[in-house]
Design a binder for this molecule. Structure first.
Ligand code: NAD
Length: 260
């Protein structure tokens, strides 16, 4: 379905971004991976998924908190594959503390990586998408783009912000073949959430299993994690012709979290 298209997925060396990159490659899209840590294992996973459909895989290590790195990454993607047809703004970090104890440098980093980076990637890919009159911009927000939780001020502010950016981008391109939508997952068991499980287990002196149960029980009625594979399939849907008039939505995949 996506053969000949190119997808840039930020923060795709791990977790949700890797799940989305894998699903898009399976549909034949060329992929530009981005993110820190081990690159070879995720690259091999995405290559394998895209092999039958002939997808190519490239990587750029831009630090998403740096505008100059982001510009360099978009140029790299355009040099390699012509243009970015599908942009998935996924890179994100978390820090948990009450507002009065929140380290200002953590606030700045979360706003830069979880929100401002999406402004930069979006403004840089839009002109080429507008020329070809086709594009898909998918912002990985969170259920925290719709509701709040204590101790997550920067994250909730950034995620509400990216839902707003999603709507504006969708509206400004509403008469074109470019759509922009947000995905709002509940709990997904990635390294980002494992850190929160570990902190809970340590703070309460309970097992990892008990901490996981508590974490889900507090917020997610299904008592189940959403998986990166499920989120990948939702991204594939947003890229399909059937989703051509889905514009500016914030689509939960949260086990009922925001329905409460
Ligand atoms: P993760 O920690 O598994 O992956 C984060 C990715 O972002 C990694 O590839 C990491 O290298 C990359 N990254 C971090 N800082 C970066 C930077 N400065 N520059 C470039 N890359 C950077 O986390 P995840 O859970 O897969 O999170 C992905 C996205 O999904 C985030 O935006 C997160 O807020 C969102 N999300 C996660 C959950 C969840 O429960 N895990 C729920 C809702 C939304």
């Amino acid at each position: 379905m996506l053969k000949g298209k190119t997808a840039l997925v930020t923060g795709s060396t791990s977790g949700i971004g890797l799940g989305i990159a894998t699903a898009l490659a399976r549909q034949g899209a060329n992929i530009v991976l981005n993110g820190f840590g081990d690159v070879e294992t995720p690259r091999a996973q995405v290559l394998k998924a895209g092999k039958a459909a002939g997808a190519q895989v490239a990587y750029h290590g831009a630090d998403m908190s740096r505008a100059a790195d982001i510009e360099d990454m978009i140029e790299y993607a355009q040099r390699n594959f012509g243009q970015v047809d599908i942009l998935v703004n996924n890179a994100g970090i978390q820090h948990v503390a009450r507002v009065e104890e929140f380290p200002p440098e953590r606030w700045d980093a979360i706003i830069a990586i979880n929100l401002t980076s999406a402004f930069h990637t979006t403004r840089l890919v839009l002109p080429a998408m507008q020329k070809s009159n086709w594009g898909r911009i998918i912002n990985v927000a969170s259920v925290h783009g719709l509701v709040a939780s204590a101790q997550k001020s920067a994250y909730v502010a950034a995620k509400h912000g990216i839902v707003g950016l999603t709507k504006v981008t969708a509206l400004e391109n509403a008469t074109t073949g470019i759509t922009c939508n947000a995905i709002c997952p509940g709990w997904v068991l990635t390294p980002l959430v494992q850190k929160q499980v570990d902190a809970k287990a340590e703070a309460q002196g309970i097992s990892n299993e008990e901490a996981t149960k508590q974490l889900l029980g507090e917020k997610e009625p299904s008592l189940q994690f959403t998986t990166p594979e499920e989120l990948g399939e939702l991204a594939v849907f947003f890229c399909s012709p059937a989703a051509g008039n889905v514009r500016g939505v914030a689509w939960n995949m949260d086990g009922g979290w925001a329905a409460q």
